[in-house]
Ligand binder design. Structure first.
Ligand code: 3HC
Ligand code: NAI
Length: 677
């Protein structure tokens, strides 16, 4: 776990704890041992601490949180490093994160490779940097940068780290060790300043300003508030008093609900990348050229992902006008994406140069992967897949972005159903992180593995789903939307239903979502007969945000107000259908919206559509904005107690509708006390 070499008075301590050198108990003990020995060894004049493998220490071992603490603690190890009276140099490559950066900041100097990244991401786990990071970072980089880094959790690159004073030297080589040893030799025998003895540069107001600027992003989160307290202590109090405040805050957060949820989510995201039962020998297919059919809302966004990731892209439309409009919008959105990612403006031109717009399917003949994003109509998709099958080179993957249609039926229109897969992007496709990878009955393992690898290559989080109406995410969403409609029929106000979910932490409620998408999606005036509230709203000319009249009225700035017209239509609908209206409390609203979603997810698990409960959480956090600090719907249900969910569903049974079916899996888990996750 630790190897040491000494050369000309410089001791190099190399840690090796794959995959990411997390600072687990055994590694801490071994490091502590090496430090203690070095301290008493007169032959050692200076020390370098570095790591083998792909990265410097990526932090504390997250799996140890909640377990009994084993000595030495990270804080004790860090104190021992700093207390050495010989210079200690951290040799950083890969990512120095969390506890890893805290170790580096206790060293007397830091050397980093050009590609290294340094950060305190604890906040993303609902924690604060708990091994003196909140007290050390401000002493090295000043309060303003420290606040930004610790509260956003975003790392800085080596160049920035050098500019702000976090790194003392950047080395060009991939291995930082030789440069760090040379640096240590320069410093051996010379005086140095310990981080704890430095003053904090900057003004305390910078903290308040940062929180003010980021108010909406930080809403509801415990960790940033606790970090703020530590940063204020770093400015006002001696080092050890600040550390005591930090410790108290760390323990409180670690044992709190938000951090448990976020830690669950961390591992859920990593588990989602794994395909159960997949033979390890299966190699993904090479993909470099991608075809996109349809340059509408989704096609343009999908193409952007591949352009940004360095693929060649062909985009095909049915007529010149739509092609031109689609490509123009794509260019605008690509420029926005580039700005957001901090890419130079000329990169947009370079990326656009790799895009080939076309009106002919022949243009995708030599693509390795073709994704269709045409109208959501089975006949259109089947005809298209049959055509593509005859044109696109053998072995190439044919993918559908369908939201609801049966992928197996689409695959059946081709002679290569094993090469057909669903790639269900979420709108806006260049922004949303989720990609549901839909595994058809005949999709080959190799194609599935390729699709999951592609998700990573384009910066998405892939989750495998089986074939069913709406796959994992939209099927659960549909269950929620059905209940939302029932609630307003029974007398809940539109705004009360939406507010129950936004108060819970979701970005918008069901009616805000419907207004945004358009009330008339799938509405046909020829067959509309006032059978649903939605039909009646459409018949009255309400279309949602696009004509500023929907479940809400919208002003020119898209501010919404309750719509008296919609309310009247809803009331009338209830009367005509003999539905009694009453006031419905916020708790009942929330239960009737969320419990049926949990039930639907349990059915999804029962049917083998999702591989594991935590995948459902990954879908909802990344596709629908479920707050990660609530872990995802499955983790939330487990924390609430499944028995309570089942009891609630039974209690509301009469309101849930004739199609509602309680999941056996949910009932059994509730009875046995076993969690879903
Ligand atoms: N503890 C335990 N396991 C960890 C870990 C950690 N800190 N970091 C990563 N792992 C595990 C992952 O779960 C994964 O396991 P698996 O193969 O069984 O699924 C494996 O290491 C590889 O991780 P990734 O798939 O994420 O690898 P990448 O190369 O994509 O990313 C990384 C590497 C950027 C280091 C990323 O893993 C990461 O961001 N890790 C977490 C970093 C972090 O949050 N550190 C702070 C920890 S809290 C802390 O330090 C508290 C302190 O202040 C007291
Ligand atoms: P859209 O209507 O904006 O775009 C579809 C485009 O496909 C149009 O520009 C049309 O001209 C083109 N097209 C139709 N048939 C074609 C053909 N045979 N050849 C070439 N081009 C053709 O639709 P949108 O919203 O982009 O949806 C596309 C697909 O993506 C649908 O299957 C939809 O269900 C799915 N989807 C949509 C989401 C959304 O939020 N809009 C989210 C996720 C999936």
């Amino acid at each position: 776990m630790i190897s040491t070499t000494i050369d000309g008075g410089i001791l190099a301590v190399l840690a090796d704890n794959p995959p990411v050198n997390a600072l687990g108990a055994d590694l801490r003990a071994a490091l502590h041992d090496a430090i203690t020995r070095a301290s008493g060894d007169p032959a050692v004049e200076a020390i370098v601490i570095g790591c083998a493998g792909r990265t410097f220490f990526a932090g504390a071992d997250i799996r140890e949180f909640g377990q009994p603490q084993r000595e030495p603690s990270l804080v004790a190890l860090i104190a021992a490093i700093e207390a050495l009276d010989k210079p200690v140099v951290a040799a950083i490559h890969g990512t120095a994160l969390g506890g890893g950066l805290e170790v580096a900041m206790a060293c007397h100097y830091r050397i980093a490779t050009t590609t290294a990244k340094l950060g305190l991401p604890e906040v993303k786990l609902g924690l604060l940097p708990g091994a003196t990071g909140t007290q050390r970072l401000p002493r090295l980089v000043g309060i303003e940068e420290a606040c930004r880094m610790a509260v956003s959790g975003d790392p800085v690159d080596a160049t920035t780290a050098a500019r702000i004073g976090l790194v003392d030297r950047i080395v060009e080589e991939a291995d930082p060790l030789p440069g760090a040893v040379a640096f240590a030799r320069e410093r051996a025998g010379k005086p140095f300043v310990r981080t704890r003895d430095r003053a904090v540069a900057g003004e305390a107001e910078a903290i308040g300003d940062y929180f003010e600027r980021n108010r909406s992003k930080l809403r509801g989160l415990d960790a940033p508030v606790a970090i703020r307290r530590c940063l204020e202590a770093a400015m006002a109090l001696p080092f050890d008093e600040g550390v005591a405040i930090e410790r108290e805050g760390f323990v409180r957060l670690r044992d709190g609900d938000q951090s448990k949820a976020l830690r669950h989510y961390f591992f859920a995201e990593r588990a989602a990348a794994k395909i159960d039962g997949l033979d390890a020998a299966v190699e993904p297919l090479p993909v470099q050229k991608v075809g996109v059919i349809g340059a509408g809302t989704m096609g343009g966004g999908i193409a952007i992902n591949f352009l940004v990731a360095g693929f060649d892209v062909v985009i095909v439309e049915q007529d010149q006008q739509r092609l031109d409009a689609g490509v123009a919008l794509l260019r605008d959105n690509l420029a926005k994406t580039a700005r957001r990612k901090g890419l130079a403006a000329d990169r947009v031109d370079a990326m656009m140069a790799r895009l080939s717009p076309s009106l002919s399917y022949e243009a995708v003949a030599d693509c390795d992967l073709v994704i269709e994003a045409v109208f959501e109509l089975m006949d259109v998709k089947k005809t298209l897949f049959a055509t593509l099958d005859g044109i696109v080179k053998p072995g190439a993957i044919l993918a559908s972005n369908t939201s609801y249609l049966d992928l197996d039926e689409i695959a059946g229109a081709t002679g290569r159903p094993d090469s057909v897969v669903g790639l269900h992007f979420f709108s806006p496709a260049n922004i949303m992180k989720l990609l549901e990878v839909v595994r058809g009955a005949r999709t080959s393992e190799r194609v599935l593995a390729t699709a999951m690898q592609l998700a990573r290559r384009i910066g998405k989080i892939g989750v495998v789903s089986g074939v069913c109406y709406g796959f994992i995410g939209n099927r659960m969403l549909a269950a929620r939307q059905r209940q939302a409609m029932k609630l307003i029929e029974e007398g809940a106000k539109v705004i009360e239903v939406d507010r129950a979910l936004t108060d819970f932490g979701l970005p918008m409620g069901p009616f805000q979502m419907t207004d945004l998408a358009g009330l008339d999606i799938g509405w046909d005036p020829r067959t509309s007969a006032g059978r649903t509230i939605r039909e009646r709203l459409c018949e009255a000319g309400l279309r949602g945000q696009k004509n500023r009249r929907g479940f809400y009225d919208y002003d020119a700035d898209r501010n919404r107000n309750p719509s008296p017209e919609a309310e009247q239509i809803i009331r009338r609908f209830a009367e005509d259908n003999g539905i009694g209206q009453r006031a419905i409390g916020a708790d009942e609203i929330l239960e009737r919206l969320l419990y049926p979603m949990i039930n639907e997810a349990a059915l999804i698990l029962e049917e083998g559509i999702a591989q594991r409960a935590s995948d459902v959480d990954v879908v909802w956090v990344n596709g629908y904005g479920w707050p990660a600090w609530r872990g995802g719907p499955m983790f939330w249900a487990d924390s609430l107690g499944l028995a309570r969910v089942v009891e609630g569903l039974r209690h509301h049974a009469a309101s849930l509708g004739p199609d509602f079916r309680l999941s056996n899996r949910l009932v059994e888990a509730a009875a046995s006390g076993a969690p879903l996750c």
